[in-house]
Design a protein around this ligand. Structure first.
Ligand SMILES: *[C@@H]1O[C@H](CO)[C@@H](O)[C@H](O)[C@H]1NC(C)=O
Ligand SMILES: *[C@@H]1O[C@H](CO)[C@@H](O)[C@H](O)[C@H]1NC(C)=O
Ligand SMILES: *[C@@H]1O[C@H](CO)[C@@H](O)[C@H](O)[C@H]1NC(C)=O
Length: 250
């Protein structure tokens, strides 16, 4: 399904099954809602993102169930005022913002809320990924990850500003994408690795205005840890303290 330049519309009660590539691509839309949508594809099917959104304002993904081989929901550049609520994700790679920074012409990302979602058996839970050593300089601001339940997710919450799969880039220079005002609140459940929270921000433009409250993730029954670099999150409630990355990481 490609929804290009569509305004004031709703897609309701539809299932997309076993698409060859992305199941849904939303481009240039304004005030566009998915409600009671469903995506299903095998866990091992590459590039079968559930819903990809880019250059769109006011997109809602509500009451939707996505199991696929890539990101459940992915948000590209120019995504603004997006609400992902009451979404079940898994299997898949989680709910991702990015990747960003690879191209000079990208538009900023502003106002993304991921709320009341459950994520199960995925590689990532909620993720922001930006490329190092690449020309993009946009800002990513006003992100909210709230009331999310993780079930055996490998990276439940991850900001990865050294995203560089298959060595397609070098990590010689930091990412130039500035991430600010990120709220991570009421995250619970289980992590499949001991690092429940990874905030790997850019050494060139450190993250600002990151707040974490009530994060209760377990790995093998023990509290999962938080690993942070180039960010000083403001903490309230029960949250694992930030530790520095170990050298082997990335
Ligand atoms: C959709 O909304 C945008 C922004 O308000 C407007 O520029 C565009 O013409 C609208 N498109 C359609 C198909 O109505
Ligand atoms: C958004 O779209 C819905 C239809 O899906 C419409 O009822 C509503 O009036 C639109 N809102 C605005 C602000 O145009
Ligand atoms: C949790 O995830 C890991 C890695 O993805 C997998 O090997 C393991 O079987 C899963 N455990 C459960 C209880 O599902």
């Amino acid at each position: 399904f490609a929804f290009n330049y569509v305004n004031n519309s709703i897609v309701r009660g539809i299932t997309s099954k076993d698409s060859k590539q992305f199941h849904v691509n939303v481009l240039g839309c304004k005030n566009f809602t998915f409600d009671g949508f469903k995506v299903t594809a095998p866990e091992n099917s590459a590039n079968t993102d559930g819903i990809h959104i880019g250059r769109s304002t006011g997109v809602n993904v509500l009451n939707t169930d996505i199991g696929t081989g890539d990101d459940c929901v992915s948000l590209g550049d120019g995504s603004k005022q997006v609400l992902v609520q009451n979404v079940k994700c898994g299997p898949g790679h989680g709910i991702s913002i990015g990747s960003l920074g690879k191209y000079k012409e990208e538009e900023p990302v502003d106002g993304i809320t991921i709320k009341s979602c459950s994520i199960k058996g995925t590689q990532n839970g909620v993720r922001i990924k930006t490329w190092p050593s690449q020309p993009g300089t946009i800002t990513v601001t006003n992100m909210r990850f709230e009331d999310i339940t993780m079930d055996n997710v490998s990276n439940p919450v991850i900001i990865d500003q050294e995203y560089c799969p298959w060595n397609q880039c070098t990590k010689q220079y930091p990412s130039k994408i500035k991430i600010s005002n990120v709220i991570i609140k009421n995250i619970k459940g289980t992590s499949a690795t001991k690092e429940g929270i990874i905030l790997a921000c850019s050494s060139g433009v450190p993250c600002e205005g990151v707040e974490m409250s009530n994060v209760d993730l377990k790995f093998n029954g023990a509290p999962a840890i938080a690993v942070c670099s180039n960010v000083k999150p403001k903490i309230t409630g029960k949250v694992p303290p930030c530790t520095a990355p170990s050298n082997k990481k990335q």
